[in-house]
Design a protein around this ligand. Structure first.
Ligand SMILES: *Cc1c(COP(=O)(O)O)cnc(C)c1O
Length: 344
């Protein structure tokens, strides 16, 4: 009898004999290591630990979960790509997401030759269950991506809609919580044991301010994790990145950074709402604002000329731009520029 998860795993992945690294075959820390063709001289001469146990312990402690339910990737984009490679047969299986959303699901789908079904969000940028439900019977649909809070719309999806999908979809549900630390909604990490088909991904790139070290995290049950570990590159997180992340997670507290950003966000919302030509500031559960303006293309170019770079989302939501919350000085310069444009 196959487990629930196993039925969704590609046959070649179920049968895969993973690469057995030197550090898989002997994982002790002490000894004379003549097994990995490493250079005996130097500082970074040794391969990193393939499973990053110290960093996982730290993350488990911070997130109140268990280290043996954690995957660490070279950015969360690695986890997204692995999900396609583990669960979707190229040229045959499908994935689904709700648009507009984060562009990597589509890029990763295309790379893996997997069709991505894109269902439009409703007027409130929420999931439309009626549009979704017919797809539950598609046997080739293996994976649903839910980005909550969603990029670029900035809002959380309703918890009961997400739970509806977790309960009714016979496949893997990946919830991308890159922005979860900016809102007061609890993470779905706590539901990993309740839903065997759930993967939650988070990242150190946003609330922790560590986009430069490329560290994404997947929270999942041990069965799904075993497939991630089989398919990932053996030494996917460098020693430098593991150490840097562990250092910063041990020393710093992201709560203060988040609080500062949220204070700035409130200020920015207030100030922007006084600016002529700002038509809508959508509610945001993240560290950015989706803003409707009169002419997004024109505004984008005018700001670029001032070396102020925002994200033009006109191609996905008409006349909308996405503005990341910056420092108070940066936000002020943006506001000054917008006001000057109005006086021109
Ligand atoms: C920024 C972002 C990420 C982060 O990706 P990393 O590869 O971890 O830097 C993931 N998902 C969404 C929706 C994002 O906006």
């Amino acid at each position: 009898m196959k487990s629930k998860v196993q039925q969704f795993v590609r046959k070649n992945i179920q049968a895969l004999a993973p690469y057995s690294s030197a550090r898989d075959e002997y994982s002790g820390k002490e000894g004379i290591f003549l097994d990995a063709n490493e250079n005996p001289f130097g500082v970074y001469n040794r391969y990193p630990d393939p499973y990053q146990p110290a960093l996982k312990e730290k993350l488990a402690q911070i997130k109140n979960t268990s280290a043996d339910q954690i995957f660490i990737g070279n950015g969360s984009d690695e986890a997204i790509d692995l999900a396609f490679r583990i669960f979707c047969e190229p040229g045959q299986d499908k994935a689904l997401t709700f648009v507009p959303t984060y562009g990597m699901y589509e890029v990763s789908a295309n790379i893996n030759d997997v069709e991505l079904i894109k269902l439009p969000l409703n007027e409130e940028f929420q999931i439309d269950r009626n549009l979704l439900q017919p797809f539950f019977s598609d046997k080739n649909l293996k994976l649903i991506f839910i980005c909550s809070p969603n990029n670029p719309t900035g809002n959380l999806f309703r918890t009961d809609d997400i739970e509806f999908i977790l309960k009714n979809f016979n496949g893997i549900v990946l919830i991308d919580e890159a922005y979860i630390d900016f809102c007061d909604q609890p993470s779905f990490i706590q539901k990993i044991n309740e839903y065997p088909n759930l993967i939650v991904i988070q990242t150190l790139s946003k609330a922790w301010g560590l986009a430069g070290i490329r560290l994404g995290i997947g929270y999942m049950n041990q069965e799904i994790l075993s497939y991630f570990n089989r398919v990932k590159a053996p030494y996917n997180i460098s020693t430098v990145n593991q150490q840097t992340a562990l250092d910063i997670l041990s020393r710093e507290d992201y709560q203060q950074k988040v609080k500062d950003i949220l204070d700035e966000k409130e200020q920015l919302i207030q100030n922007l709402s006084d600016v002529k030509g700002i038509l809508t500031i959508y509610p945001s559960d993240a560290n950015f604002l989706l803003v409707e303006v009169e002419n997004a293309d024109e505004l984008y170019e005018k700001l670029i000329a001032r070396k102020i770079i925002i994200r033009n989302r006109n191609s996905v939501i008409k006349n909308c731009v996405r503005i990341s919350v910056g420092t108070s000085g940066e936000n002020q310069q943006l506001l000054n520029a917008l006001k000057e444009f109005n006086n021109d």
